[in-house]
Design a protein around this ligand. Sequence first.
Ligand code: ZN
Length: 656
Amino acid sequence: MKNLWNDADAGKLGNDLLKLRVYTSRLLGQEEDLVLHGGGNTSVKTKEFNIFGEEEEIIYVKGSGWDLATIEAAGFAPVKLKALRQMAELNHLTDVEMVKYQRMAMTNPSAPNPSVEAILHAIIPYTFVDHTHADAVVTISNTPNGKERIQELYGDNMLIVSYVMPGFELAKEIYKLTRDLDWNKIEGMILLHHGVFTFHDDAKVSYENMIKTVTKAEEYLKREVANELKGTVKGKVAPLKLAQLRQSVSKLLGKPILIQHDNSEFSTAFSNLPNLATIVNRGPLTPDHIIRTKRTPVVLSGDHEEDMLAYTKAYKNYFDEFNTGDLVQLDPAPRWAVWPGHGALSFGTTVKNNNIIGDITRHTMKAISQAEQLGGWDTLSKWDLFEMEYWILEQEKLKKDKASKAMQGKIAMVTGAASGIGKACVERLVDMGAVVAALDINPSINKCFSKSEVLGVECDVTNTEQLKLSVDKSIAYFGGLDMLITNAGIFPKSLSIGEMDEDTWNKSMDINVTSHQQLIKLCLPYLTLGIDPAIVIIGSKNVPAPGPGAAAYSVAKAGLTQLGRIAALELGESGIRVNIIHPNAVYDTGIWTDEVLKARADHYGLTVEEYKTNNVLKVEVTSKDVAELAVAMLGPTFSKTTGAQVPIDGGNERII
Ligand code: ZN
């Protein structure tokens, strides 16, 4: 474990204890092998004057919901130290009461709730307290003779504490264990199956003791684990299998999920371990992971329906076995899977969730493969894990994740996505919580959207081979498809029928009709497995109200509209809705430069403003307006509408 302390950086902070606390907290937070996504916590004790001029001892403890990697001073909750120490002396305190009284003892009511381990921090008589869930230490402790190994490794330097549920019970246990302890004799504490505490009056020493302690465990593993698990091949999964799997898990969870496939050589090798089903059934790396990953992953075989049934049944049995009577069973959906020969898969409702699950499970798989060489992966009992999973304070943490958006977990595809209506559709879908595969022939599509919710795919939609690869790539990336906005199109130069050349005609047919038919065909197997699947076709006002000189365009768009109507008839029984939008006069797109607009307006003897709003309502129609309608048509408002054609043109007398 690398010591990241830098004298120059720390020197700039002077003697400001809270700033130093932020600094070393971030050093810890940067190391994934120390803490992951909100794991671990830190504190600093200081003295402050209250408004009455009285000096009080205050402990700043990491606030719930903050991540050590990015924490700021505002992420620490200031709590009166005396109150926390008095709480440690109580014989009994429920966790809900603990949270309430901790909050009451805070000197800043707008600060976040202090960590559930705040009382424990308070009873450690040093200025700085650092706590991590270091992989290496927990891995050694998660073996059949883990306690002996830890004792042998650290001798009397560390206080070794058997597992106790975090919160008041753990604080109480440490309080009892340390009442008669000479703190000078230890450098820290190892909590078996949980993590490490180090402490000191000097921020640097406390941090460095953590690094030293963890390095010792890492070196031990290096010595004792002879053959690190390494793979040579990357797992592969057919896109259709992923979409089927997504449908099954989404049904169990009761909401749509995204799949992230970890097919690294390591994960694939892990998935091929002969005793896979038994080892992954023993439990997670640390108990706090359970709210993200559940106790176990689903191990997939050839038949996913069977796998899910078995998983659900096992989860129900586990719940029934430990439920004390008044708990309600949580959803039985797995949060991740291991698939022999294919690697690991995360099932989160957002990209962020999947990243968290993916990080946690990668660390877990590594720990399991190491512990197996130390005599076997041996985690906490099912009861301890159940207690953690159903602990009200852990479930509260999940609720703090951002309130879910209407299209959270849903997967869309948009073509012609680099500009104009297509781009606006992608942005609107992301605003609504969906993830989007954004296809465009323009290579800039790869950089068009800087969000992890969007996959830019460069694709010529008239090239069927490229289109197939792009669809497969999108499915493999997000795990399925629910919504398609088929938008790519061109507006050919104006030619009368007599002047029409073959090239202009054919090109318009290829892009404006045929490519859409190909795309819908390629997406159908996935949409059939989608959640409330729907297609929106971007047509044109030229369909109901054609103009002279635009035969190549209008005929193609009329064909596209007819394709949509037939698709609505054919796909109804699969529950796939198909609706068509006819926009007109959308001028905020690439082709309508200021010069072109001015020229067209002059042609009709209008100002640009008059030209733009030349419709019944006298309003300008923007790409954003069209996108809002398109996305609404993919959503619940239009859940009982299919085969419809809706104009968005400010009202056109020829159509009305
Ligand atoms: Zn902890």
